[in-house]
Design a protein around this ligand. Structure first.
Ligand code: DGT
Ligand code: CA
Ligand code: CA
Ligand code: ZN
Length: 575
């Protein structure tokens, strides 16, 4: 299994942090940080590229010859000599200090070297005791800021995106499945429920010999640390800090264990209550009538025992799924196989890495009937968008290409920027000529809610708009959702026949689960798109489908489950 991109990025970031503590040239530090970003977001396995041909790594933006060498070393060994040297030279605790807000490399050094502080708890204690106040380079103001931040962040959990977690968890799962005597293995917990982020990973294995599985688990190369290890359970810490819990169950209890550890806790409690009403005790080992286990092999048996149909994991949040199940009104959730095309993708026409033809061939490989190329309009400079003339030329090129393609139809689209005042970034005549018009926000994210709402409503009322793409423009962990009145936007979308998108990019997942559910329930047609900027990203559809499932959306609620003819009718109805 090649080392995940997220792991290579993590090592590069640690090098950058340590270089910073060493007072290295800021340009050098930045080079490592930039490389970490691009490696993390690179659609293909960087380790696989390194194994094939290290020179090819220099084609990744921000990766020069030296970095390519370092990355190759990391990909091969999981670490680099440079990192070990830097770790040896750095004062103990400095790296940990650097992760505290208001502590840069200089202060990290002072805290670690002069005050001998090693941990965040140690820093909290020292700040409370006033030890930073008289220290040159720190002082009372910094001390109170640090104190405030540490206290505020104390309760905050450290969560990572589900897609990043998958890069570690899925290979580990495959490893466990190959252990002799293992007859089933699943990832449970929030990961199985498809929450956009996970606090840890919960793995379940069905086997009689727990010790053997625990052994394989704790000695896996993914394990940076063994937190605990017993006869049927264990926990490890991955190199990125993520914890993985393992539980081994025998065949009589695996289904009950899977249900219990899939959660959510609120859902479990509700199910347990239903059991109590029937004089049944439900725990992770089964359903019990007195001392006798009456169910537990299959997950479905737990639901059977309380008179419910099996509920998909994505819905198990105690948000009405039990009532829906009882009423026989569980939606038939959309599946990846239902998706017939992708309505949002980019080519070299703007900031995509591949040509339209390359994108089209890849979409054809995925078995799609259609792919919309939706390059950017010019307002957002960094995306190298096209003007009206550019789109005109691109449309002609797409017509030519479609004449050549036998299975797939390329739809002529655009991702049109919404200006600050709600007007659109391309001429009406251009929009009218396109098959599909996406609109989205790429600037002025922090307008006051009233102004932001007016901007969005104005854009949605435009006659040629088909889809409101990544509506809130959030970037998980980096940019908050734009503050506009979502209910009003949903109503406008309904009034004007505009669809709303679930953007499948793991850092977007926009709309989020709750908003998408609201939009769907109000009757807004949704799309699930990859927003691919390169070939491999076309396969990111799964993250968006999972989000739609959390939003209780069925196949019918997603426009791009329709065959081409029906899709075009939907698009034209909106105009
Ligand atoms: P996370 O890890 O924060 O992303 O969220 P979960 O849901 O994966 O939570 P986790 O890992 O603490 O526990 C996994 C599942 O185990 C949880 O979803 C439900 C079950 N569980 C854990 N603690 C309890 C409990 O006290 N009562 C019940 N009924 N179930 C629990
Ligand atoms: Ca968990
Ligand atoms: Ca857990
Ligand atoms: Zn886009």
């Amino acid at each position: 299994m090649p080392l995940p991109n997220a792991e290579i990025a993590r090592v590069l970031r640690e090098i950058a942090d340590l270089l910073e503590i060493q007072n290295a040239n800021p340009f050098r530090v930045r080079a490592y940080r930039n490389a970490a970003r691009t490696v993390e977001e690179h659609p293909e396995s960087v380790a696989a590229i390194a194994a094939r041909d290290p020179d090819e790594l220099t084609e990744i933006p921000g990766v020069g010859k030296d970095l390519a060498t370092t990355i190759t070393e990391i990909a091969k060994k999981g670490t680099a000599k440079q990192l070990r040297d830097l770790q040896r030279e750095a004062p103990a605790g400095a790296l940990e200090m650097l992760s505290v807000p208001n502590v840069g490399p200089k202060r990290a050094r002072i805290l670690a070297e002069r005050l001998k502080i090693r941990t965040r708890e140690g820093l909290l204690k020292a700040a409370r005791a006033g030890k930073l106040a008289d220290e040159p380079g720190l002082g009372a103001v910094i001390q109170s800021k640090i104190l405030r931040d540490l206290e505020a962040h104390r309760e905050e959990e450290h969560r990572i995106s589900r897609a990043a977690a998958a890069q570690y968890a899925e290979p580990l799962l495959e490893r466990l499945r190959r252990v002799r005597g293992v007859t089933a293995a699943d990832i449970a917990g929030s990961f199985r429920r498809a929450r956009e982020s996970v606090g840890d990973i919960d793995m379940l294995v069905r086997a009689d010999d727990g010790a053997k599985v625990v052994d394989a688990f704790t000695s896996a190369p993914e394990a940076a640390d063994v937190i605990e290890s017993g006869a049927t359970k264990a926990a490890i810490r991955l190199h990125n800090g993520l914890r993985v819990d393992l539980r081994v169950f025998d065949r009589d209890s695996y289904g009950a264990g899977l249900h219990y550890f899939t959660g959510s806790k609120a859902h479990n409690i509700a199910i347990r209550k239903l059991g109590q009403a029937r004089k049944l005790k439900i725990n992770e080992y089964g359903v019990w009538k007195g001392e006798k286990r009456v169910a537990g092999r299959e997950e479905k048996e737990i639901f059977d025992a309380v008179g419910l149909p099996w509920i998909p994991p994505e819905m198990r949040e105690d948000r009405g799924e039990i009532e829906a199940a009882r009423a026989g009104k569980l939606p038939d959730l959309v599946e990846l196989a239902d998706i017939r095309g992708d309505l949002h993708s980019h080519s070299t026409g703007s900031d995509g890495r591949n040509t339209i033809e390359e994108m089209a061939r890849a979409a054809e490989e995925l078995g799609y009937e259609y792919l919309a190329i939706t390059d950017h309009s010019p307002a957002v400079r960094v995306t190298n968008g096209m003007d009206d003339a550019g789109f005109k030329k691109q449309m002609a090129a797409i017509d030519k290409l479609n004449a050549k393609l036998s299975k797939l139809t390329v739809l002529k689209g655009a991702e049109v920027d919404i200006h600050k005042d709600g007007t659109l970034d391309l001429k009406d005549a251009t929009l009218a000529a396109l098959d599909i018009v996406l609109v989205s926000i790429h600037s002025y994210f922090d307008l006051p809610p009233k102004e932001q709402t007016a901007r969005v409503l104005k854009a949605l009322s435009h006659a040629h708009v088909d889809v409101f793409a990544h509506p809130t423009a959030r970037l998980i962990g980096r940019r908050r959702p734009a503050a506009f009145d979502l209910e009003a936007a949903i109503k406008a979308a309904l009034d004007h026949g505009v669809m709303m998108e679930i953007d499948a990019q793991p850092e977007r997942l926009d709309l989020d689960d709750v908003s998408a559910r609201t939009a769907h329930e109000r009757g807004v047609m949704l799309t699930i798109d990859t927003d691919a900027h390169a070939l491999p990203e076309l396969t990111g559809m799964r993250w968006g489908v999972d989000q739609a499932r959390r939003a209780w959306v069925s196949k019918k609620g997603i426009a791009n489950t329709r065959p081409l003819g029906r899709l075009l009718k939907l698009l034209h109805a909106a105009r």
